[in-house]
Design a protein around this ligand. Sequence first.
Ligand SMILES: Cc1cc2nc3c(=O)[nH]c(=O)nc-3n(C[C@H](O)[C@H](O)[C@H](O)COP(=O)(O)OP(=O)(O)OC[C@H]3O[C@@H](n4cnc5c(N)ncnc54)[C@H](O)[C@@H]3O)c2cc1C
Length: 542
Amino acid sequence: MTQAVENVTELDAMVIGVGVAGLYQLHRFREMGLKVRAYDTATGVGGTWYWNRYPGARFDSQVEIYQYWFDEELYKSWKPSERFPGQPETEQWMNHVADRLDLKKDIQFSTRIESAKYDEKTGRWDVVTDDGEKINTQYLVSCCGMLSAPLDNRFPGQQSFKGEIHHTGLWPKGGVDLKGKRVAVIGTGATGIQVIQTIAPEVGSMKVFVRTPQYAIPMKNPKYSDEDWSYWSSRFNELKERVPTTFAGFDYDFYDKAWADCTDEERKEVLEERWEEGSLALWLASFPEMFFDEEISEVVSEFVRGKMRARLGNDEKLCDLLIPGPDDYGFGTHRVPLEHKYLEVYLQDNVETINCKSTPIEEIVPEGIKTADGVIHEVDAIILAVGFDAGSGALSRINIRGRDDRSLKDQWQQEIRTAMGLQIHGYPNLFTTGAPLAPSAALCNMTTCLQYQVDWITDCIGYANNNGKKVIEASKKVEDDWVRHHDEVAAETLVVKTDSWYMGSNVEGKPRRLLSYIGGVGNYHSKCDEVAKSGYPGFDIA
Ligand SMILES: Cc1cc2nc3c(=O)[nH]c(=O)nc-3n(C[C@H](O)[C@H](O)[C@H](O)COP(=O)(O)OP(=O)(O)OC[C@H]3O[C@@H](n4cnc5c(N)ncnc54)[C@H](O)[C@@H]3O)c2cc1C
């Protein structure tokens, strides 16, 4: 496929990352007959589902919709074991996809892309890998992931720790033996919750460092039989049509009656019904008003709090620490986690909570974790469930230089901007998936959004090729218009009033902007479709 010219690999298109997006992008480019190659730091495919091997890792999108929609036979050829399969099964599924499409022969594993520089004379990108390989490509597509830049060097003194310390997003392939050990878990977001509930039965003791409590929904995860998968397979076309049109790219959507038009009983009934679903339906398929209206948000939040309090036996200290209060933030303004017997873990005698708001972590010392009150919490292992530099992190870690040698990292340190999450003004022929300002991270079921973005990018490049053009760049106006629209939609919501990784506030100095588009997946698709149908107005195609 590739051709070495003076030790440079010449390509029509290059894909960075082989998760959900990268695999599909590689497939689409190959179908177009382009000379294409994909690269990934990992030793295998899967992206998120390759790296996140921590105990209890699984997704919160139901498996019947966390799918590819371009091939019905592919859908039918894999039989998931349960509604929310764990990481090992999802990684196997991604390998199944890659093998079925024979993609691996065009993927270079164990290779980090270090830099990419746009050459204005040729309209092509010069890319360099960590082992010095040079690649020259016309189109560069980032499928680097929204949640793929782990904040692994988070606390001073980490290197001094005598025991084992692991970030959940870089979990060792061979696993970590935690049996009988004194373990610290830092972080109680979606990942922390999964880890805590999973390792609780095996560790000797556990100290959980809690800074931000979470509203959590109990997951219902029934096993799927062959008959179950036949049922979902029989609905393939219906689901394929439906998911791209809903608010969050799931099969469910908001309740069709406004909050104001419902009686208290009806509201309660809707919330109870969604709660019983054991999925993200309470968040993404009940009342959209909870995103906008503080009073309604408080009613829904209190509904969830009540459920959580009961499970904590109304223990005042635990409730205060583990349940967000009215002054913290409203339900759904953070990524909502699903859990299984998570809260009950805190009722175990060998589990201790440390309040990181009142006593923040100061540093890691050889024996364990030192908090601001001078206490050293001695442990054998530390699990960093502290998340990612979301949205912009993976791309910023590559030295990307566009027209006039502008640096993407430097620009995004000032302001994070994209045109529909698909291109960035000043970086011709660079396309992005899973990038800031496109719907993502549970505000979109990611397989829905990523496939759409790959299709849009492929069609755009196809359009240029068919018209004998070689360079595509979003104009400043297109980007400005999108950023304005994105911000206007976001400003209406309570999400922007809350500190969270959605807003970039988990990374010091990161400019504040909602990283995911929150105008709805259906709406996003219509807007992007309109651009494509109208011949890409506002995109400079030369
Ligand atoms: C724990 C966890 C749970 C999640 N649960 C859900 C869920 O329930 N529902 C949902 O929709 N989404 C969920 N997500 C989001 C998830 O990231 C997406 O669903 C999806 O897997 C992203 O696919 P992707 O192809 O965009 O990127 P990724 O899967 O992140 O893949 C990106 C790849 O790019 C590679 N890469 C990055 N930079 C470079 C570089 N410089 N050089 C070479 N390679 C590079 C990485 O190694 C990685 O393999 C979850 C994420 C996490 C972390």
